[in-house]
Design a protein around this ligand. Structure first.
Ligand code: ADP
Ligand code: MG
Length: 697
């Protein structure tokens, strides 16, 4: 069946085209101006927009509307209200007012607020974000909103994100003005987030409590085959996966999401989806929808999508690559170096701003990707190290060196690729190879931030990137706006900035041990665990950054810090309790049954033939009995560590205890259980194996 993709693309979205078609000209103009400039909506047009939205949504099958928001849980939240409004005693009409579109009130008391709001101060507000298009999904009109407390503090990830977009635009425009651009009114960040995920058969998934409660396997001996043959990466798609991906693409296209690239990833049953880049707030909303639909569509195919950063030990986990750039309101990409970057002063200044931002705020970038799940990946030779550094490529690094050393720049010539096959055309190579281990890599006309975990909301990494770069722009503009000799001032600024921040540039192997030592010599941070990272969040310089640019105030920062620690402790606590339950109720009893059946079998054999060889039974019984006893002691130790940690009142000390005491106890328990698995007959082992999970899709 062929489908007309252009006709279904975005058909469930109240986008620019629909607005132009359905709104009176004046209203349309006023609304698009609001969107383009990031200004507040004119209240007088809200009723008209709301009514048009409602009529359109009803045609798409909607009966309800919801303010859709991003509380600090990391996932989205929604509460549905129907459009019905009673007329007389037995009739209804469908209504939706401007007031209902612009503002929603909801009980905020059950969302994490990190002490921002006590339960008795329950009021929370949602406010329409007109720059993110509304859409219809499952019979409901979804209105993207920001979420704040009664006192106006942001209780979500979207509000600071929108503020950070304003900050980088405001400061970036000052830089453009210095170079004579008088027309650009707004700078936009663009984001393309490549999303990795695992797929597992639903029937197998349902037999694993660890996957159900925590999203990752807490036990499991390695399968005979892992990813060592490297036969999965970019391999042909299996029929079932291919059908799933086709369905997923179509649903995403209906929602106006530019799902573009799909392929198998390195680990068995691991895949990736990449959309085409778009403005940051849309990209964030869309990434959340992509994650939601990955799960939802999987169910329809008898599959489950795992978004956890490390579902399986011993094979690669899943991350997210956040491709980030800045462009003008006319769509000109400011990170495009042009053909001769060495002569492109504006580009070099922007590059210097980014290099400086990454060095000055290494800690915040690290914190923005810190998450209990992501700790299993960073620094383990499958994802970038926990040390933040930046890769600019050979050509730019040469340019930077020549600026710092004051020497002439010799252009790096891109070679011609000739494969020596007459039928294959030659082509020009890129001026630089890729660096796969770098946390933040320049890839031609954008930076790729590669430390993100697959399950994370991409808002925070972008809030940090935007605000940190806004601060560099601000300092540069302050220095250059009143310079007597602009050219000289720029040259000096470039030289000073690159010289000072050279240490953050690294093009070698980020996985190597030498880099860890070298980074230490350079004075770079190496915040190995999330807990170590979170502690740096409210350093004075970081508070100053966010408050100076109006992205978060101190109260909002404190609340986030508290939630970081709380969330971390809760995740490890659930994992510990799940392990205890699985060990005590499933694994230990299963091994006991097997051992006792072996004993009965041996006894039966001896009854028939007194000197029969029972060495196999005896050997397995001895090993398993010893390991099972050890497992039981591990459980007791884990219980004690968990109880001790849970009893600690201070949130930071508690998270420390979960990280340093509970996690090692969990690892010990896993080690002993995983040693029993290969010794226990398949029919007794209570859990699907790694082989079942990764190779039976
Ligand atoms: P890779 O080879 O890095 O895996 P992909 O093609 O899978 O590359 O993904 C690259 C991502 O970068 C895509 O989502 C793409 O839309 C995005 N991208 C391209 N140009 C820009 C830009 N100017 N700003 C932000 N993202 C961009
Ligand atoms: Mg990539």
């Amino acid at each position: 069946m062929t489908k007309n993709i252009p006709s279904i693309f975005g058909c469930m979205v109240f986008n620019d085209e629909v607005m132009r078609e359905r709104l009176p000209v004046q209203v349309y103009k006023s609304l698009t101006k609001t969107i383009a400039t990031g200004r507040t909506i004119d209240a007088s047009i809200a009723d008209v927009v709301a009514n048009a939205m409602k009529d359109w949504a009803i045609e798409k099958g909607a009966t309800h509307y919801t303010h859709w928001f991003q509380p600090l849980t990391g996932v989205t939240a929604e509460k549905h209200d129907s459009f019905i409004s009673p007329v007389g005693s037995c009739k209804v009409v469908m209504e939706f007012s401007g007031k209902e579109l612009i503002k929603g009130e909801s009980d905020a008391s059950s969302f994490p607020s990190g002490g921002l709001r006590a339960t008795f101060e329950a009021r929370g507000y949602t406010a329409w974000d007109p720059a993110s298009f509304a859409f219809v999904k499952d019979g409901t009109l979804y209105i993207p909103t920001a979420f704040c407390s009664y006192t106006g503090e942001a209780l979500d990830t979207k509000t600071p994100l929108l503020r950070s977009m304003d900050a980088i635009s405001t400061q970036g425009l000052r830089i453009l003005r210095l170079f004579g651009d008088t027309t650009c009114k707004r700078l936009n960040n663009t984001i393309g987030a490549e999303q990795e995920y695992f797929i597992i058969d639903k029937e197998i998934y349902d037999k694993r409590k660890d996957l159900i409660y925590t999203g990752r396997t807490l036990f499991g001996a390695p399968a005979p085959k892992g990813q060592e043959l490297e036969d999965h990466y970019f391999g042909p798609l299996k029929t079932r996966i291919s059908a799933y991906m086709a369905d997923l693409d179509e649903e995403l296209w209906r929602l106006g999401i530019n799902s573009k690239t799909k392929h198998n990833e390195a680990a068995p049953a691991q895949h990736e989806l990449a959309p085409i880049f778009e403005t940051t707030n849309m990209a964030v909303d869309h990434n959340l929808l992509i994650m939601e639909y990955m799960k939802k569509i999987a169910e329809k195919h008898g599959l489950v999508c795992l978004l956890h950063e490390k579902p399986y030990k011993g094979v690669n986990g899943s991350g997210k690559h956040n491709n980030w750039s800045i462009s003008t309101d006319m769509g000109k990409n400011l990170l495009d170096p042009g053909k001769t970057p060495a002569e492109n002063v504006k580009f070099l200044l922007i590059l210097a701003a980014i290099v400086k931002a990454v060095d000055d705020y290494q800690d915040l970038l690290r914190i923005s990707v810190a998450h209990a799940g992501n700790d299993h990946r960073l620094g383990t030779h499958e994802a970038p190290p926990a040390i933040v550094s930046i890769f600019v490529g050979e050509e730019l690094e040469e340019i930077i060196r020549s600026i710092v050393d004051g020497t002439a720049y010799k252009a790096v010539k891109a070679g011609i690729m000739d494969l020596g096959i007459p039928a294959v055309p030659t082509f020009r190579k890129d001026t630089t190879d890729r660096n796969r281990t770098s946390p933040l890599a320049f890839t031609g006309n954008k930076f790729e931030f590669r430390m993100l975990g697959s399950s994370q909301n991409i808002a925070m990494p972008n809030i940090v990137l935007n605000t940190a770069v806004a601060e560099s722009f601000k300092q540069f503009a302050d220095a250059l706006e009143n310079a007597e000799n602009f050219d000289e001032a720029v040259a000096k600024l470039l030289k000073d900035t690159f010289a000072k921040h050279m240490r953050i540039i690294f093009d070698g192997n980020g996985y190597s041990e030498e880099w860890e030592k070298e980074a230490e010599r350079r004075g770079l941070l190496n915040l190995k665990t999330s807990v170590d990272a979170y502690k740096q969040f409210d350093l004075e310089k970081n508070v100053k950054l966010f408050t100076d640019h109006g992205v978060m105030n101190e109260i909002e920062m404190n609340s986030r810090k508290e939630i970081y620690f709380e969330n971390y402790s809760k995740i490890i606590n659930i994992e510990a309790l799940t392990m205890i339950e699985m060990a005590l109720r499933d694994i230990i009893p299963a091994v006991n049954s097997y051992v006792s059946d072996l004993a009965s079998a041996a006894a039966a054999k001896v009854a028939v033939l007194a000197d029969i060889d029972c060495s196999v039974e005896k050997s397995i019984m001895a090993k398993l009995s010893a390991l099972n006893a050890k497992t039981y002691r591990d459980v007791e130790a884990l219980k004690a560590a968990e109880a001790d940690a849970a009893a600690i009142y201070d949130a930071i000390e508690r998270a420390d205890a979960y990280c340093k005491k509970v996690l090692p106890a969990m690892e010990q328990l896993r080690e002993d259980v995983d040693a029993m698995e290969p010794l226990t007959a398949s029919e007794y082992w209570p859990l699907p194996t790694y082989g079942d999970m990764m190779f039976r899709v």
